[in-house]
Design a protein around this ligand. Structure first.
Ligand SMILES: NC(=O)C1=CN([C@@H]2O[C@H](COP(=O)(O)OP(=O)(O)OC[C@H]3O[C@@H](n4cnc5c(N)ncnc54)[C@H](OP(=O)(O)O)[C@@H]3O)[C@@H](O)[C@H]2O)C=CC1
Ligand SMILES: Cc1cn([C@H]2C[C@H](O)[C@@H](COP(=O)(O)OP(=O)(O)O[C@H]3O[C@@H](C)C(=O)[C@@H](O)[C@H]3O)O2)c(=O)[nH]c1=O
Ligand SMILES: [Mg+2]
Length: 297
């Protein structure tokens, strides 16, 4: 089976390319040959590759920068996603489109299910929600995968930021009033392959729609950072503490949901796919990062 995935240098796309998935060919495309700001080029590129499934991972993911760059965020996350979904539809292909927990307002007490009302509190979250609507309207053969708090040994992510700060600080101050589910890009890649296989071989409408996929369990950003530091200390003896702070003590351009935990029961029920406990996967990523040459972190 051949999967084409956008966002060549991104975390999820890099994890997909690194997968040794027998019988699955992963073709990653990205700038300059695929620029979602030039949507007219999308169809020709996808038609040439002749995939069985299209994975839409490329996005404008700079949450804070998006607040002052709304046009770019919507051009990529809504219009670019729409062009990709339309190209897949013209070629009668299913599309797996990555979306985010930041489509929720964060006011719910428990974890969010797919049918919960959305209410993004940031430009990034709004642009990704509009992308969901655009993809669903352009291609009914869609699997919209909302994930969260993605980290890996690739690209930029919270884990690498924490390890980098820990090189020069004895204490990190991290918000403890935002809850979510840390999710490994490697685990997302494994799930994408399983889901793509089902979509390519089973046309059941129940397998289409919006699904949540995130690391099993939950924590706050401070809890996430504290766990990363515990692995750092175990592996290197370096002890860096994490001080819990409130969101108000860490002002950012974008607002973030106080709670964006995702309930993934629907995916488990319909696909039999579930994700590892988040500490297990985070431990793997931190261990690998600490084994890499310093500048890689
Ligand atoms: N990171 C996270 O915490 C979360 C991410 N997601 C979603 O998952 C998906 C993957 O996220 P992640 O792997 O972290 O992404 P990254 O931020 O690691 O990479 C995003 C990629 O998008 C591509 N991209 C950006 N702008 C353009 C453009 N104008 N045209 C074409 N491609 C572009 C780039 O690929 P290239 O340089 O090859 O062009 C870039 O590497 C995204 O859709 C994101 O919204 C959802 C929840 C959490
Ligand atoms: C670096 C740092 C961040 N923080 C806070 C800021 C913020 O509230 C929280 C997360 O920080 P970041 O900006 O690294 O994470 P952020 O970019 O908000 O991550 C998001 O990325 C997008 C793409 C998604 O889709 C989301 O699921 C989510 O993963 O941690 C601290 O409290 N202390 C720190 O030293
Ligand atoms: Mg970020």
């Amino acid at each position: 089976m051949r999967i084409v995935v956008t966002g060549k240098s991104g975390q999820v796309t890099s994890a997909l390319q690194a997968l040794d998935a027998g019988g699955i060919e992963v073709i990653a495309i990205g700038r300059p040959e695929l620029d979602l700001l030039q949507p007219s080029t999308v169809r020709e590129i996808i038609a040439k590759i002749k995939p069985n499934v299209v994975v839409s991972s490329a996005a404008y993911t700079a949450v804070d920068k998006a607040e002052s760059d709304e046009a770019s965020a919507f051009a990529i996350n809504r219009d670019g996603a729409r062009a990709l979904a339309a190209a897949a539809a013209e070629l009668s292909l299913p599309i797996i489109h990555l979306s985010t927990d930041y489509v929720f307002d964060g006011d719910k007490a428990e974890s969010y299910v797919e049918s919960d009302a959305v209410g993004p509190v940031s430009v990034y979250g709004r642009s990704k929600l509009e992308g969901e609507y655009a993809v669903a309207a352009a291609n009914e053969n869609h699997f919209i995968m909302r994930t969260a708090w993605v980290y890996s040994t690739f690209g930029h992510n919270f884990v690498k930021t924490m390890l980098r700060l820990a090189e020069t600080r004895e204490e990190l101050s991290v918000v403890s009033d935002q809850l979510g589910c840390p999710t490994s890009a490697n685990d997302i890649a494994e799930a994408i392959v399983k889901i793509a296989d089902r979509l390519a071989s089973d046309s059941s409408p129940d397998l289409r729609g919006v699904f949540h996929l995130a690391g099993n369990g939950e924590t706050s950003w401070a809890g996430f950072a504290r766990y990363v530091m515990s692995v750092l200390e175990e592996k290197t003896g370096r002890r860096v503490t994490v001080k819990d702070i409130a969101t108000a003590d860490y002002p950012t351009a974008a607002k973030r949901p106080a709670n964006s935990r995702l309930c993934c029961d629907k995916l488990k029920g319909l696909y039999g796919v579930s994700m590892p406990e988040w500490r297990m996967s985070a431990r793997d990523a931190v261990t690998k990062l600490l084994e890499e040459p310093k500048e890689a972190v």
